[in-house]
Design a protein around this ligand. Structure first.
Ligand SMILES: [Zn+2]
Ligand SMILES: [Zn+2]
Length: 85
């Protein structure tokens, strides 16, 4: 499986432009935020109940920005560095 994934071009995953720890896996798909992200770099947002429209799959960067939850600290750091640049 791993060897197969190495052959895939992950440049279409939005997370690829940032430094990250969690490896890509599988093809990237367009998520609710409008970015393409592969499965491990996508987080499902279940909402708070008062905004059913917001429920859906988001790339890890948008999820982190909106909810300030970053499962990948390396990604968070890289994102913040790019914002500050
Ligand atoms: Zn990815
Ligand atoms: Zn996004």
């Amino acid at each position: 499986m791993e060897a197969f994934d190495d052959l895939l071009d992950h440049s279409d995953c939005y997370i690829e432009q940032f430094e990250h720890k969690l490896p890509h896996r599988g093809p990237a798909e367009t998520r609710k935020c409008g970015h393409s992200a592969c499965e491990p770099h996508t987080i499902k947002y279940y909402g708070t109940g008062d905004d059913p429209e917001a429920v859906g799959d988001y790339c890890m960067v948008c999820f982190g920005i909106y909810l300030e939850i970053w499962p990948d600290k390396t990604l968070k750091q890289s994102y913040e560095e790019k914002q500050g640049a």
